[in-house]
Write a protein that binds this ligand. Sequence first.
Ligand code: FES
Length: 118
Amino acid sequence: MKDQTDRQRERLDAHVFVCTTDRDSEYASCGAAGAEATLEAVKDWLRERDAFWTAVSVTETSCLGLCSEEGTAISIQPRNVWYSDVQPADVPALLESEFGPDAEQVGDERCEAEVDPN
Ligand code: FES
């Protein structure tokens, strides 16, 4: 086991979690409400600003407890920011409010590790 806490604290400014849970049940889920398109909108917004896999990471996650038929749940940590009902069209305003119009409010640290940006 390797403790990576210090490395991640230095490297990461924020982690965007996008729920893509799709369940075969009567209950609402982000997957059924367009989560894949919302996830792509998040990645695209960051890519367009050269901020994807930098000090901001994006992770597809399971249920965040904000299930809705109206859209996707997103959480930005460690900022303790939570949204539900997010549609792809909402993503630019959401990320802009968090990171600035050009993602200039993202930490300066850039990931030095080789990662697959897809
Ligand atoms: S299914 Fe997405 S928050 Fe529950």
